[in-house]
Design a protein around this ligand. Structure first.
Ligand SMILES: Nc1ncnc2c1ncn2[C@@H]1O[C@H](COP(=O)(O)OP(=O)(O)OP(=O)(O)O)[C@@H](O)[C@H]1O
Ligand SMILES: [Mg+2]
Length: 251
């Protein structure tokens, strides 16, 4: 069973859905990415997983438990933590205080968990008494990821954790994402940069105009003409629909 399974999700902000009939699964210990052009509905889908938006169709399962109707603030307790792209730390609190907030209410001993999280993010331990607002943008993104980990999630959903970062810091963030997956967490990352997604992920979903255009293991997605797909002129295989040519949703 995959840690995260989303089935036939339609979701949006008004009457007509932005995301239409999207299915996705994310296995434990692996990195799954969603790529797609601006406005494709990637963040809308992530917000739906996090319970910020209610889907009009479909269901969301974490470790086999249906969380579709669980209120957003209770979803972390069901094992799914979400890091939005912006405004993802409490700027006036210290690093340590941000982590304490992330660990509340905690499953085990929050101090023990913080030490575990510091083992994954040693630089944050050094900066633990700094105000989050005084960290660089990249450091704030790392703190947001670390805070989400405090809840010991089975699934962590990261919305463009490298947006606006320097190439050097982007590498650092991806290294950390790899370490989170290495600890056994299912990681779902929205990534603007296709090359980076293909470099780091094991599974890739291509979202175009709110629908799942293609998905599969990275080796298969790498064969597609993603630039053409993004521009709406798929030159990979003009006769076949890409989704149907790629291996099934159950990885
Ligand atoms: N709060 C909102 N209210 C109404 N429409 C919205 C809202 N947020 C996003 N949209 C619309 O939903 C569509 C998808 O937006 P979304 O932010 O999900 O795209 P995205 O794939 O995350 O894009 P980007 O790569 O630019 O982050 C867009 O047409 C956008 O205008
Ligand atoms: Mg977005």
């Amino acid at each position: 069973m995959d840690a995260l399974t989303a089935e036939n999700i339609s979701s949006g902000y008004g009457r007509s859905p932005i995301v239409r009939d999207v299915s996705l699964s994310a296995p434990s210990g692996k990195i799954t990415t969603i790529v797609g052009p601006n406005g494709a509905g990637k963040s809308t889908f992530a917000k739906t997983l996090a319970g910020i938006l209610r889907p009009s169709t479909g269901r969301i399962l974490v470790n086999g438990v249906d969380i579709t109707r669980v209120p957003g603030h209770l979803i972390p307790r069901h094992g799914l933590s979400y890091v939005p792209q912006n405004d993802n730390v409490f700027r006036t609190l210290t690093v340590k205080e941000n982590l304490e907030v992330g660990g509340y209410p905690s499953k085990g001993d929050p101090r023990e968990r913080m030490l575990q999280v510091f083992r994954v993010f040693p630089d944050l331990q050094k900066a633990q008494d700094k105000k989050a607002g005084n960290l660089s943008g990249g450091q704030q993104n790392l703190l947001a990821m670390a805070r989400a980990l405090m809840a010991e999630p089975s699934v962590i959903v990261l919305d463009e954790p490298t947006a606006g970062l320097s190439p050097a810091y982007t590498d650092i963030v991806w290294t950390q994402i790899g370490r989170i997956a290495g600890e056994g967490t299912a990681v779902l990352v929205i990534e603007q940069n296709v090359e980076r997604a293909l470099t780091h992920a094991q599974f890739v979903h291509v979202l175009v105009a709110g629908t799942n255009h293609a998905h599969g293991p990275v080796e298969e997605i790498a064969k597609l003409d993603l630039a053409g797909i993004f521009l709406g002129q798929d030159r990979t295989n003009s006769s076949a629909s890409t989704t149907s040519t790629i291996s099934s949703i159950n990885h």
